[in-house]
Design a protein around this ligand. Structure first.
Ligand SMILES: [Zn+2]
Length: 335
């Protein structure tokens, strides 16, 4: 790396709001979230933590949110619960890590539209409608894609109204295109990579990328090794995915969604569920002979340096690191 990059990259990184649009703590009650300090130490400003998936019942999601909120409140010297973009900017000024919540799926709504406003009031700022498999609202990316149901259309409109980011990761391709038709606000893929670079059902087509950009949305490049390449989390591989999206729709539609799993040693899948149902081995999840690699928060500064090295403009780098998700949140969150 040349001297100019070595000097310039840390400064751009330090000045930027660094936004991780999705990472994972165990979906269990009363969790110690102290590992999230890794994000703060790495210079991140914001992380969205998952508080429930389609296999987590409503009561469990509420318990998880209660525990996360309590932990953040008891550690307010370093963390804050972000409800607004201004909260995120304040976290940056104060050297804190802003945390908001996301839901991976919509089964926990129990087909009740009024649950969206409640989850929003509890700190959820981002939601997808299906997690890999179909439910009563939408289709998942591992399943037969039947599109949005009538209830699903109403859910999208209510998500727009209450002020959450509409997230199409894990969603069926046809369903995601329909969501982007119905949504009146920018739609994001919080953690999804271009299919053109890596064949996987979790990755997204050019049509999905184009349509997302058309809504003013953002594609969060995902740090999961098997979605980037052959379990490959090298910075040059992350940059290759960024380059592809940038060349197709412009750097203003790119962000980062590491999907970092802080505690892979903790099994949080409900007892009656089988991992193979949600993450089939045939699709490359687990069972490939080695641990699944995920881009860790500590790699974020190196990604910034990689973008400088690749010749991205300073403003584009700031956008990719977090400015683009800030823009989408400003147009979406109500606060
Ligand atoms: Zn996910």
């Amino acid at each position: 790396m040349d001297v100019a990059v070595v000097e310039k990259a840390p400064e751009i990184y330090r000045k930027s709001i660094v936004w991780d649009s999705h990472s994972c703590m165990p979906i269990k009650a009363n969790q110690d979230l102290s590992a999230v300090e890794r994000h703060r130490r790495a210079g991140a400003t914001f992380v969205s933590l998952n508080v429930g998936m389609d296999f987590n019942p409503l009561a469990q999601c509420i318990r998880v949110i209660a525990g996360f909120r309590d932990w953040i409140a008891r550690n307010s010297d370093r963390y804050l619960l972000a409800g607004t973009v201004e909260d995120v900017k304040r976290a940056k000024r104060e050297g804190k890590l802003a945390i908001a919540f996301d839901l991976e799926g919509s089964a926990m709504l129990e087909d009740d539209l009024t649950m969206l406003g409640l989850f929003r009031d509890l700190g959820v700022r981002q939601i997808h409608l299906a997690y890999n498999l179909n439910n009563s609202i939408a289709s998942g990316c591992h399943d037969q894609d039947r599109g949005l149901t009538a209830l699903g259309r109403a859910v999208v409109k209510e998500i727009n109204r209450v002020g959450m980011l509409m997230d199409c990761s894990h969603t069926g391709r046809k369903t995601s295109l329909e969501i982007m038709e119905v949504s009146s606000k920018p739609v994001i893929f919080s953690h999804s990579n271009p299919l053109a670079l890596r064949e996987h059902v979790r990755n997204i087509t050019d049509e999905q990328i184009d349509k997302c950009a058309g809504t003013g949305g953002v594609i969060g490049i995902c740090g999961i090794g098997p979605f980037l390449g052959n379990n490959d989390i090298r910075t040059e591989t992350v940059i290759r995915h960024i380059d592809y999206v940038a060349q197709r729709v412009g750097a203003q539609h790119i962000g980062l969604g590491l999907d970092y799993v802080f505690h892979p040693e903790i099994d949080d899948l409900p007892a009656h569920e089988s991992p193979d149902k949600w993450w089939p081995r045939a699709l490359g999840y687990g069972g490939t002979g080695g641990a699944m690699q995920i881009v860790p928060p500590e790699q974020l500064p190196e990604i910034a340096a990689g973008l400088v090295q690749r010749g991205y403009a300073d403003a584009d780098i700031a956008g990719i690191l977090g400015g683009n998700f800030i823009r989408a949140a400003e147009q979406t969150w109500i606060g």
